[in-house]
Design a protein around this ligand. Structure first.
Ligand code: ZN
Length: 265
């Protein structure tokens, strides 16, 4: 056994090229103390107006990241036939703007990061021993939404570590394994300031989306893993939504993608 060094790790997902939101999240979280690492659950690009800025910033903060469906589409590593028309338009727009280096970076990200690989990555160190990172679910790493009890239970059966972190739904959530229940687990929504204590049960945590929240709350969402307290805490952060929307208008991105940022849908 060893004692964990005191660390604060920022967990982000679905940044979706919303650089204004990403910067606001970083400022907000750093206000509470230094950040020792960043874990990214994928979809850094797609939908938003500043893909290259987001990739550069996220790489600067460490490359502990799994890949999302929008990352693969923008990198040309996956078609967009399963995307809705607005998402496909945004993916095409993004692909035209990314450099070959940015595309190969995205296409080269793993679908799943679990111990011991996560611990070996820069910034993760010993704190990564207990977590698995995946964009969707462990059954369908890039595509499946972890919304239902059935998907949650299937994911938990494949989860070898005590905790896992998922994104993709853009809705902050917590799954607690409970073998006494017929469905095997309990599903909760989590709100701003909610601290999830680690220990006891197998857990799945979704930190929501930085760049395109869909839970009816337009504020950017992220989470902070505090190794000393052994908690993962959800944060909702105000940002200049109008600034991102103006950049999207200039870029000619689809109307609904611009409007949904105001309503968090
Ligand atoms: Zn997404």
């Amino acid at each position: 056994m060893y004692t964990l060094r005191e660390m604060r790790i920022l967990i982000v997902s679905d940044v979706h090229a919303n650089f204004v939101a990403l910067e606001a999240v970083l400022r907000h979280v750093e206000h509470g103390g230094a950040i020792d690492g960043l874990w990214n659950l994928g979809d850094s690009v797609g939908y938003g107006p500043q893909p290259s800025e987001c990739i550069a910033r996220l790489r600067e903060l460490g490359e502990v990241s799994v890949v999302g469906n929008h990352d693969l589409a923008a990198a040309g590593a996956m078609g967009t036939t399963e995307f809705n028309p607005d998402a496909a338009t945004a993916a095409k727009w993004t692909a035209e703007r990314l450099s070959p280096d940015e595309k190969s970076f995205l296409a080269g990200l793993p679908q799943v990061l679990s111990p011991p690989d996560l611990s070996l990555k820069a910034g993760a160190s010993e704190s990564g021993e207990e977590f698995t990172l995946v964009h969707g679910t462990l059954r369908e790493p890039v595509w499946e939404y972890l919304y239902s009890y059935e998907a949650a239970a299937a994911h938990l059966r494949l989860q070898r570590s005590p905790y896992s972190l998922v994104g993709h739904t853009h809705v902050p959530a917590l799954v607690v394994e409970d073998q006494r229940l017929p469905r095997g687990c309990e599903l909760f929504r989590i709100e701003d300031g909610h601290s999830v204590p680690l220990g006891g049960h197998k857990l799945v945590i979704n930190p929501g989306s930085v760049g395109q929240p869909r839970d009816g709350n337009p504020l950017a969402a992220c989470a902070v893993y505090d190794t000393t307290e052994a908690t993962v805490t959800l944060h909702r952060v105000e940002y200049d939504i109008r600034a991102t929307q103006e950049l999207m208008e200039e870029a000619g991105l689809p109307r609904w993608l611009i409007e949904r940022l105001s309503v968090g849908r």
